[in-house]
Design a protein around this ligand. Structure first.
Ligand code: PGA
Length: 252
C-alpha cells in the first residue's frame, strides 16, 4: 500500500512545507504502508529536512523530460533526485487541463523519470462527460496505452499508476468503491497486456479523488486498490494520518 499526499500549490513556502512535512513525519509509520508527500518545488528542500530520519518519502508534482537546457520555468529529474525525491507525479489532470500536457509528453517524462531512478506516479482518469457517455474505459485505456505502453519496465516497484476520475477530484464526492475497483481492474488488465502478468499485476494502483478518512476503508479494501493519492485531506497532518492508519488496518 502507498498513501501519497499531493499538496498541489499549497504549503509552497519553505516554512509551511517544513511544518506540514514535520507533522506527517511524526505520525507516519511503516511497514506494510509506504507514505509520501509531494510538495510544490519550492517546498521540497524544507520538507526533505523535516523528513530526515523518518520513513516518509518525498515526491515532486511534475518534471521536464530533458536533463537541462533552455526551458524557462522547468525543473529536471536529476535535480529532484538531488533533493531526495523518490516519486514524481506525472500527468495529473490539472496539468493536462491547464497546461496542455498530453499522453505523449507524459510518456517522455515517465521514461526520463525511470532513467533517473525516480518512481513516476502516472495519473489517468476520465471526465464526467466521458463517463456519462460510457467512454471511461476507452479514455483511460488510451491514456495508459500511450503514456505507459512504450516503457520498458522490468521491476513493478519502479512505477505507480493513479486512477483519478476528474469528476471526483476536489469535489468531496469520491467514486463509489465498486466504480473505482472496476476501473482499477481494467487498468491492471491493460498493464498486464503491456508489461506481462508478473510486472503489470504487481504495479501499485492508487485511487485519487476525494479520498478522506471516512471513505478510505471502503475504497482501500477493494482488491485492485493499492493505496491513495490524496489532495485536500493531505493538507492537514491529522486527516492524512487517519488515512494512513486506515491503510495500515486494511494492509494488516
Ligand atoms: P482531492 O485531490 O483528494 O482533493 O480530490 C486528489 C488529487 O487531485 O490528486
Amino acid at each position: 500500500m502507498l498513501i501519497a499526499g499531493n499538496w498541489k500549490m499549497h504549503c509552497a513556502a519553505p516554512p509551511k512545507a517544513r511544518e506540514l512535512a514535520g507533522g506527517v513525519a511524526e505520525v507516519a509509520s511503516e511497514p506494510g504502508v509506504q507514505v509520501a508527500v509531494c510538495p510544490p518545488f519550492t517546498g521540497l528542500s524544507a520538507a526533505a529536512e523535516a523528513l530526515d530520519g523518518s520513513p516518509v518519502h518525498l515526491g515532486a508534482q511534475n518534471m521536464h523530460a530533458e536533463s537541462e537546457g533552455a526551458f524557462t520555468g522547468e525543473v529536471p529529474a536529476g535535480a529532484l533526485r538531488a533533493l531526495d525525491c523518490r516519486y514524481v507525479i506525472l500527468g495529473h489532470s490539472e496539468r493536462r487541463q491547464y497546461y496542455g500536457e498530453t499522453d505523449e509528453a507524459v510518456a517522455e517524462k515517465a521514461e526520463k523519470a525511470l532513467a533517473s531512478e525516480l518512481v513516476p506516479i502516472v495519473c489517468v482518469g476520465e471526465s464526467l462527460s466521458e463517463r456519462e457517455a460510457g467512454r471511461a474505459q476507452e479514455v483511460v485505456g488510451r491514456q495508459v496505452e500511450t503514456a505507459l505502453g512504450g516503457l520498458s519496465l522490468g521491476d513493478p516497484s519502479r512505477l505507480v499508476v493513479a486512477y483519478e476520475p476528474i469528476w471526483a477530484i476536489g469535489t468531496g464526492e469520491s467514486a463509489a468503491p465498486e466504480q473505482a475497483q472496476e476501473m482499477h481492474a481494467f487498468v491492471r488488465e491493460t498493464l498486464e497486456g503491456q508489461h506481462g502478468e508478473a510486472v503489470g499485476g504487481a504495479v501499485q494502483l492508487l485511487y485519487g479523488g476525494s479520498m478522506k478518512p471516512h471513505n478510505a476503508e471502503a475504497l482501500l479494501s477493494q482488491p485492485d486498490l493499492d493505496g491513495g493519492l490524496i489532495g485536500s485531506a493531505s493538507l492537514e497532518a491529522g486527516s492524512f494520518a487517519e488515512i494512513v492508519a486506515v491503510a495500515e488496518e486494511v494492509a494488516a
